[in-house]
Design a protein around this ligand. Structure first.
Ligand code: ADP
Ligand code: TRP
Length: 369
């Protein structure tokens, strides 16, 4: 199978990224029957607010992360998206066969906007707190305050709003189809984008003749790890440092975060507990760890799980899993030249495939003279 996947260089990797996607990348790479391409989606990452002075550092750090986790340039092509201009060229062509209504249905860009509203709510509190916070609660004064807040939000939306964020899934479809990939290992939140990718492949084929096959998504057993602070939301960099476990976190920090993780959100279903148990299961490798998991799970089912016992064990398990990674990351960080060389060499390999597809596409759509 030809495999492709990408990840954005925007902050540190967390165990959601690892358990939902990268773990699968490593598994797929291990099978010599697969041809694997993995890339750093830097063009995608600039659709969100970012610091241009920090971006190149983030790109290199993500490359180091992927190598430290075990992606092997002898087995996989590991590259930086923006080094291959064919992705964005194909995205432009795909733009012309994408109805705007189809993009408007995509949930990811709406979620990104939602995060902004969440920050807004965190800052300003709920309605009652808001009213309590205003000393003079005359109607006129309240109106002034509400208007101030609305314009504050409007300013934020303006800063955030860009066509790139809306068009993000089209570039993603181009990333995948330019290599004519068969399968795409991603977390659950990307399934909708994969559907759009298949729609575009089909539409292109119908309009211009059979060119692309329709790639499938590959999920892990943990396609959606939830936030530690709010187990109703997916674990993500956007929800604050305490909500996720970064791969770089020290064992002490991991223990702290897991200790304060929400286990019971009330309302009957113990979602936080389920989430922590699924993390335990995903990191259980040995027979004894697996039977330990069964014991904790049974206790959880009968309502007898002792978090004071379970949480420190979970912390240990997670921290141990990344000890090798932390060591390799430190080593590779001292050798950035080597990392850049790998990216450049891999970009050349990827370019050969991408250029060929783009030429075929240009020919089919009538641009080759
Ligand atoms: P984030 O949401 O933290 O910004 P990315 O969008 O960079 O993460 O995701 C990179 C990869 O990790 C994608 O394949 C995505 O589906 C997967 N992923 C992200 N968060 C999770 C999660 N909480 N659970 C499982 N997979 C996830
Ligand atoms: N959209 C993906 C994410 O947020 C990253 C990505 C960009 C990607 N292009 C891709 C994933 C192509 C798989 C294939 O995580």
């Amino acid at each position: 199978m030809k495999i492709i996947s990408g990840i954005q260089p925007s902050g540190e990797l967390h165990i959601g990224n690892y358990l939902g996607a990268i773990k699968n990348w490593l598994k797929l790479q291990a099978d010599p029957a697969n041809e694997c391409l993995f890339f750093i989606a830097d063009y995608h990452s600039i659709t969100q607010a970012y610091n241009p002075k920090k971006k190149s550092g983030e790109i290199l750090d993500l490359a180091i992360d992927l190598l430290a986790l075990g992606l092997n340039p002898k087995k996989s092509v590991i590259f930086q998206q923006s080094q291959i201009p064919y992705h964005t060229e194909l995205a432009w062509i795909f733009n012309t066969i994408t109805p705007t209504g189809e993009l408007a249905q995509m949930t990811q860009f709406k979620d990104k906007f939602q995060v902004m509203f969440d920050h807004f709510d965190e800052k300003h509190g709920n309605e009652k707190q808001f009213i309590d916070s205003i000393e003079d609660t005359t109607a006129e004064n309240l109106t002034i305050k509400v208007n101030e807040q609305v314009s504050d939000l409007r300013e934020k939306i303006k800063k955030f709003d860009n066509v790139g964020l809306f068009d993000y899934p089209v570039l993603m479809a181009a990333d995948i189809l330019i290599y004519k990939a068969d399968a795409v290992p991603v977390g659950e939140d990307q399934i909708q984008h994969l559907e759009l990718t298949r729609n575009l492949a089909r539409r292109f084929n119908t309009k211009f003749g059979k060119t692309f096959s329709e790639p499938e998504s590959l999920l892990t057993e943990t396609p959606r790890i939830m936030s530690l602070t709010d187990p109703t939301k997916k674990m993500s960099k956007s929800h604050g440092e305490k909500s996720y476990i970064a791969l770089k976190d020290s064992p002490e920090k991991i223990a702290q975060k897991i200790k304060s993780a929400v286990s019971d959100i009330g309302g009957g279903k113990d979602k936080g507990g389920d989430n922590l148990l699924s993390i335990f299961k995903a990191f259980s490798e040995t027979k004894s760890e697996k039977s330990e998991y069964e014991k904790f799970k049974n206790n959880h089912n009968t309502g007898e799980l002792k978090y004071a016992e379970f949480k420190p064990r979970l912390s240990e398990l997670v921290a141990n899993n990344f000890s090798e990674y932390r060591k390799k990351h430190a080593e590779l960080s001292k050798n950035k030249k080597y990392v850049k060389k790998i990216l450049a060499e891999c970009a050349e390999k990827a370019s050969v495939i991408a250029e060929k597809t783009l030429k075929e596409v240009k020919e089919k759509i009538g641009l080759l003279i």
